[in-house]
Design a protein around this ligand. Structure first.
Ligand code: NAG
Ligand code: NAG
Ligand code: NAG
Length: 973
């Protein structure tokens, strides 16, 4: 239940009297569609307050209808009507070129043209070329500060001759082309289309070769490839994972993989404004609502090179704490500390590893950050649960919402010190007139931290440090940070006395959907679901919803969206992007573009950076909470560079097969966005899951870096122990995950050093094989492990390809049998429920540790090595070990492994002391049974040879000084 302490039975109260909330500046004609109704309600026994629930009036949520330009048949095409610029006074500089662009003829299509621009070209390194275009007069232009978002700089002085990328141009009308010198290919060219540069609209185009393969441009739920026809809106949005629409994060980067030359390049646009990118058969059009053009071209030449070049220039991801690789359980609806301990105990009872328990907003007192509900989570009880958890080497991560509750000034007992401290430190967003910007989120009316305010960090740090004294959390989950508001504009400004005001939509009803293929007859799921459903007091949904107002086809102009000089029309820019929400108003489910930051910057310029700001502040705060330890954060809204501080989960997906499918392209995309710590809500968030889907998904999720099961408030339980078959499948797969944790952690370390993510597309590892470009149903973990999950109901097989064959050999993880598949052949693998296909690539050595219930205990177990020989009988691998938690790692260990000609060599170096012995070595792909197996001088008698695999065990006595204390040689002849 959502509002139990005060309002248990009335979560679905709908609309307050129209007079209760006055019109904010942003409310326009939608108001006339509002019909008032007042629902009386009863307070629960636990409270004497709130005899009537006030909800936001619906008109306060609709905004002004915007007609997205891309759907407007009468929309003016800027390329048709604009003439562009002419280049003059071009000079060479130490690192490139400088020139001026003069407007040929004004078109003022979606704003007012700038007369004069500067062009700056810098050859920043042998692999990176920067093209900047910006107005000469920057009075009204937002220039993204380097202090806020990293700006790749000039690495070393690079004579132009070293660069594989060459900038070429036509002076009038101005266009430019990026050519790859080594192949002569045109990588990027604006030729044929004018540059349009207006105060609220910037547009440029590049031609693309037919049959292109473009990836990137997030965040959206979409296939991996951005195929012709795709329209990408880049505007941070609080919404539950609609397919193909703008969602939480913004990543203006694309990778262009060219199979005719086997080369790849990347293009990054460093800009924080709302954007749209249209991908077509032979072109890509980029539209921006402001700022400057700050373009970076990365030369590759492999796709892996592009990823590491991009990620190292925006900021390498932080190294995660080791424990965060354990399994995480969450749900919205763990509605008491008792329930929380019950779940923790259940995991133990069913022997399913639980590393970290999470709480959604249930734990808070009326949804206020840094509080605990006195009834459901009484502090002492809650602390006792967390003490037990910590004593068992388990962890706790609570949600922290973005907005801060604004107490009612009419109610003296409505005291919220965190709010008061923020007022004292002057850290909240303002209205243009300097008053507080007041929106609404879960707790009611709220204010919003301004991460550009000078006191914001200290205020936030203090709140975190103080709260940790009471609630000893281990990491933080940042939600609602797009940043979300349930009303349009500063709706609370004249009404906060009526707080708490409740969300204008129905929350927490039993979910009514089931996954594709769910059998409605004779199902235990259904019986369970029915029992939940019928005991719930269901109130009908509100009769009107915002989206119904968008269906009009007669609107073809946007009367509100007028041009204005200077900064322009901030709330209703002349070019309407296809923002997914309701009437497409930029302020729906978001703080309004005219909210104002401490330095005067309107939210319009930096909306896409709000989540980035809170993530940075939280990272810094956690460094104070846990001095010297790596912060663990999972954030919903991200931007280039967020990976330095946070991981990301895929947001509010649905319990359906499609979302399990899309989790793979989303994960691959976040890898190239520099946020490798990624996972989605396994078993699905919205809607009810079922046994089969949850079984498959618990198995798939185990191979993602971030592994968390999370669920919607009104859905049936979906902890993996709810169904015996899911429990069994989970135990099986967790044994694999925890066994290969040393390999996984080594990959996360590599990501933090090079930017190369752990989870990889087949097209990254086998870049010359065009047939792999579209594969998004399989993925690799590092270079060595291939995962082929079942992504549909009612099957006991799965199809998959085995890249690189016949040169490569792939071994079944379970049987060690080599796969027999031809090049490009999509072969059918057996995959009964509870079995996920995993293959090891010949030529690789995987370090392992015996799995235990927690990562802390796993780390104390004996080591093993799985050596998968390639066709030549060789293999290699690496292991990285440290204490798993220090920010500044002093002691670490790197072990290189090489197997060749019947011997395995280990080469340890470093000072981190590992005392556990090496217990076992398994060698796959050995043609004949060896006569002798030895470790150094010692002959080993108890080895077995089955299925071309040598199993050597009980090596502990020979390695009792520690597996990596000294180099080892293990031979089989
Ligand atoms: C993409 O944009 C074009 C206009 O450029 C529009 O005609 C088309 O319907 C859009 N496609 C989708 C899938 O929204
Ligand atoms: C690209 O790679 C493929 C597969 O290895 C090869 O057949 C082709 O010749 C390569 N093309 C170039 C231009 O190197
Ligand atoms: C659904 O379950 C019933 C009862 O077990 C069974 O008879 C029926 O064949 C099932 N339907 C499908 C489509 O699997």
């Amino acid at each position: 239940m959502l509002f139990p302490t005060k309002t248990a039975s009335i979560v679905t109260a709908l609309l307050a009297a129209g007079s209760a909330v006055s019109a904010s500046s942003a409310v326009g004609k939608a108001k006339s569609t509002f019909s008032t109704s007042v629902l009386s309600s009863t307070a629960s026994a636990t409270s004497s307050a709130a005899s009537e629930v006030v909800s936001l009036a619906q008109w306060a949520t609709l905004g002004v209808t915007q007609y997205p330009n891309i759907f407007d048949p009468n929309a003016v095409d800027a390329n048709e009507v604009c003439s562009g610029y002419s280049l003059t006074g071009l000079k060479t500089t130490k690192t490139g070129l400088y020139g001026r662009l003069k407007l040929l003829k004004a078109c003022n299509v979606y704003g007012y043209d700038f007369d004069e621009l500067s062009l700056i070209v810098d050859y920043q390194s042998a692999e990176r070329l920067n093209v900047q275009i910006r107005p000469i007069d920057l009075t009204y232009v937002y220039v993204l500060p380097e202090t806020l978002v990293s700006k790749p700089g000039i690495d070393t002085f690079t004579p132009f001759i070293d660069s594989d990328l060459v900038f070429a141009y036509t002076a009038s009308p101005f266009s430019f082309t990026i050519v790859r010198k080594s192949t002569g290919e045109i990588l990027f060219s604006t030729a044929g289309n004018p540059l349009v540069y207006e105060n609220q609209f910037i547009q440029f185009n590049t031609s693309l070769p037919k049959g292109h393969f473009i990836t990137g441009l997030g965040e959206s739920i979409h296939g991996f490839q951005q195929e012709p026809g795709a329209n990408k809106t880049l505007y941070a949005n609080d919404v539950g994972d609609p397919i193909d629409a703008n969602i939480y994060g913004v990543h203006p980067i694309y990778v262009d993989q060219r199979y005719d030359t086997n080369t790849t390049h990347g293009v990054y646009l460093r800009n924080s404004h709302a954007q749209e990118v249209l991908i077509r058969d032979e072109s890509l059009t980029w539209r921006l609502l402001g700022g400057t053009l700050d373009l970076y071209f990365f030369s590759g030449t492999t796709v892996k090179d592009v990823i590491t070049q991009y990620v190292s220039s925006i900021g390498l991801p932080n190294l995660i704490p080791y424990w965060s690789l354990g399994f995480h359980q969450c749900r919205w609806g763990y509605n008491s500390s008792n329930r929380l301990s019950e779940v923790i105990e259940n995991f133990r009872k069913f022997n399913i590893p639980l590393e970290t328990i999470w709480t959604d907003i249930d734990y808070m007192d009326s949804y206020k950050d840094f509080t605990t509900d006195p009834y459901r989570y009484p502090l002492e009880k809650f602390q006792a649960v967390l003490d037990d958890l910590h004593a068992n080497h388990q962890h706790f991560v609570p949600i922290v919402d973005a907005a801060i509750y604004h107490p009612s000034p009419l109610n003296e007992s409505d005291i919220y010190p965190v709010f008061d401290d923020g007022i004292a430190a002057d850290v909240y967003l303002k209205n243009p007139d300097g008053s507080l910007y007041i929106g609404a989120v879960w707790p009611g009316y709220t204010v919003y931290p301004d991460w550009l305010a000078s006191g914001a960090q200290d205020w936030w740090t203090k709140a975190m440090v103080d709260w940790h004294q009471k609630v000893p959390f281990d990491g933080i989950w940042l939600d609602m940070n797009e940043v979300s508001s349930f009303c349009v504009g500063s709706c609370g400004s004249q009404n906060y006395s009526q707080n708490p005001v409740h969300p204008p939509f129905d929350v927490g009803n039993p979910a009514t959907t089931f996954p594709l293929g769910f059998n409605m007859t004779n199902s235990t799921d259904l019986q369970y679901y029915n029992s939940v459903w019928y005991t719930y007091t269901h109130t009908p949904e509100p009769s009107t919803t915002a989206s119904t107002t968008t269906s009009s086809t007669t609107v073809s102009t946007n009367p509100m969206n007028t041009k204005a000089p200077g900064k322009g029309n901030i709330n209703y820019p002349p070019y309407a992007i296809n923002h997914q929400q309701g009437t497409h108003d930029l302020a729906i489910h978001a703080v309004s573009p005219n909210a104002t930051h401490a330095d005067g910057t309107p939210e319009y310029d930096v909306h896409n950076l709000w989540g980035y700001g809170i993530t940075n502040a939280t990272y810094n705060a956690l460094l104070e909470v846990f001095p010297g330890k790596r912060p663990f954060i999972i954030s919903r809204s991200t931007f280039p560079g967020s990976g330095r501080w946070t991981g990301h989960w895929g947001g509010d997906n649905s319990a359906d097969w499609a979302y399990m499918y899309f989790s793979i392209p989303q994960a691959l995309s976040f890898g190239l966005f520099g946020i490798p710590m990624f996972g989605v809500d396994v078993c699905g968030f919205n809607g009810n899951t079922d046994m089969e889907l949850c079984n498959r998904w618990m198995q798939l999720g185990a191979f993602f870096p971030f592994y968390r099961n999370h669920n919607y408030l009104g859905a049936i339980d979906q902890e993996p122990y709810v169904w015996e078959s899911v429990a069994e499948a989970t135990r099986t797969v967790m044994a694999i995950r925890y066994e290969i944790l040393p390999y996984y952690y080594t990959l996360m370390y590599e990501a933090s050093k090079t930017g190369m993510p752990a989870l990889r597309a087949l097209s990254w590892e086998f870049p010359d094989d065009k047939s792999l470009a579209s594969v998004e149903t399989q993925f690799l973990i590092g270079e060595a492990i291939l995962v082929t999950p079942v992504l549909e109901p009612h099957v006991n097989y799965v199809k998959g390809v085995f890249p690189g064959v016949p040169d490569e050999v792939w071994y079944d993880y379970y049987t060690h049998e080599p796969v027999s598949a031809g090049p490009g052949e999509n072969i059918t693998l057996s995959a009964p429920l509870g079995h996920i296909n995993v293959h090891i690539r010949g030529g690789y050595i995987i370090p392992t540790q015996k799995p235990a219930y927690t990562t802390t205990e796993s780390r104390k177990n004996d080591w093993g090595l799985t050596v998968a020989l390639d066709k030549a009988g060789s293999a290699r691998g690496t292991l990285y070990v440290d204490d798993g938690e220090s920010v500044a790692v002093e002691d670490f260990l790197v072990v290189d492994f090489v197997a060749t000609q019947g011997s395995l060599y280990t080469f340890p170096r470093g000072t981190y002391d590992v005392c556990q012995p090496l217990a076992s070595v398994t060698v796959l792909g050995v043609d004949s049974k060896p006569r002798v197996v030895s470790l150094g001088e010692s002959k080993i008698s108890n080895f077995t040879y089955v299925n071309n695999t040598i199993f050597v065990s009980n090596l502990q006595a020979l390695t009792s000084a520690g597996a990596w204390a000294a180099p080892l040689v293990i031979s089989w002849v």
